[in-house]
Design a protein around this ligand. Structure first.
Ligand SMILES: *Cc1c(COP(=O)(O)O)cnc(C)c1O
Ligand code: SF4
Length: 346
């Protein structure tokens, strides 16, 4: 019998003492980091960290560098300024982001919402989403709602059903999209009962979050299969992270593995300027070079859009390698193998 997701979560490492017990080489100074940014490594992800080392260790285990960050902003995407109702962020004309829960299956050290996740004062009260639902009812131009957080799939089944049901009752909302790292970080949370609830609220999409091929375990594969069999199209939002996945060979294995899980790589994100995450940043030029190693070399289905979420809430900007050399009567371009080519215009 597989362990329940609640007990996997209950066995999480959350204190400096527990961390030290599992990783004696870690600095005792990390207590200060953990006091600022919460720690949670559940027992499932801990096993993966111990098995695979650095690329997963860096994602989960705090680093002294989190306190020493000259560039970071507390709220890099200006989400606090874009709040239109409690827990509702609106950046684009036709979609809005509902922050439905403040906890996650693990606390990723590179998280954009480092300021919020896991903090008790950011908890969403049971009635805390009513204002957001009322705003959405009054704003029919919002066609799609992203339910994220934190991780909404850590909520109890009934609460998930309630939130999705309230959104579905709003005529103008066509698409519901859930953002969740659960299929990667706590795959046993995806139970047949959960899928039964989710599929009541179609068209429902889930974007999950895998960063390294070592995260593509059998358990994660089962979770994705259950969701896909429930008719839920799956996407993945990966973050480009130094020392985790900043190599073409790793990204290829990750993206091709995701396709086998029926997950379409959607975005590869440039790291945001979040305070405490500077040690994960890779230059945008290296990111664009990595994309050049993907386009054409592997299935186009496996290639996400490399995107920068512009500081100050200015929106996501695709960062694409330049293939076009010149426009005119003839379009001149370079193909994926570096050969010059042309196409006569109409
Ligand atoms: C990323 C984001 C979206 C969704 O953007 P897509 O490009 O459609 O994936 C919507 N709202 C906010 C606030 C976002 O940060
Ligand atoms: S699961 Fe997502 S929201 Fe939660 S800590 Fe990780 S990156 Fe942040």
């Amino acid at each position: 019998m597989e362990e329940s997701w609640q007990s996997v979560l209950a066995e999480s490492i959350t204190t400096p003492e527990e961390l030290h017990k599992h990783f004696p080489a870690c600095s005792t100074g990390l207590a200060e980091v953990i006091a600022r940014y919460p720690l949670r490594i559940n027992s499932y992800y801990l096993d993966l960290v111990k098995k695979h080392g650095a690329p997963l260790f860096r994602q989960a285990v705090p680093d002294m560098a989190e306190l020493d960050d000259p560039f970071g902003l507390v709220d890099p995407l200006a989400e606090e300024e874009l709040v239109v109702a409690a827990n509702l962020v609106r950046k684009y004309p036709d979609r809005a982001l509902l922050l439905a829960h403040h906890q996650c299956a693990m606390y990723c050290r590179f998280c954009t919402r480092k300021r919020k996740v896991g903090c008790r004062e950011m908890a969403v009260a049971p009635q805390g989403l009513e204002e957001a639902f009322a705003w959405l009812e009054a704003h029919p131009q919002i066609r799609e709602v992203l339910v994220s957080g934190g991780d909404p799939l850590l909520l109890p089944n009934e609460e998930i059903d309630h939130i999705l049901g309230r959104l579905r009752a709003i005529q103008s909302i066509e698409i519901i999209r859930i953002g969740s790292r659960v299929p990667c970080a706590l795959p046993m949370r995806v139970t047949p009962e959960l899928v039964k609830i989710l599929r009541r609220h179609h068209p429902l999409y889930i974007n999950t979050h895998f960063n390294h091929p070592a995260e593509l375990t059998e358990a994660a594969g089962r979770a994705c299969a259950l969701l896909a069999d429930g008719g839920i199209p799956l996407g993945c939002q990966t973050v480009l992270l130094k020392g985790v996945n900043d190599e073409a060979a790793i990204l290829k294995r990750l993206f091709l593995g995701l396709l086998r899980f029926r997950v379409k790589p959607y975005y590869l994100f440039q790291t945001d300027l979040t305070a405490g995450t500077n040690h994960f940043r890779v230059s945008t030029a290296s990111g664009v070079r990595l994309m050049r190693d993907l386009y054409g070399h592997i299935s186009g289905m496996a290639v996400p859009t490399f995107a920068l979420d512009a500081p100050g809430g200015k929106g996501k900007i695709p960062l694409t390698p330049r293939y076009i050399d010149s426009y005119g009567d003839t379009l001149r371009f370079t193909n994926y193998r570096g050969e010059s080519c042309c196409y006569p215009e109409a």
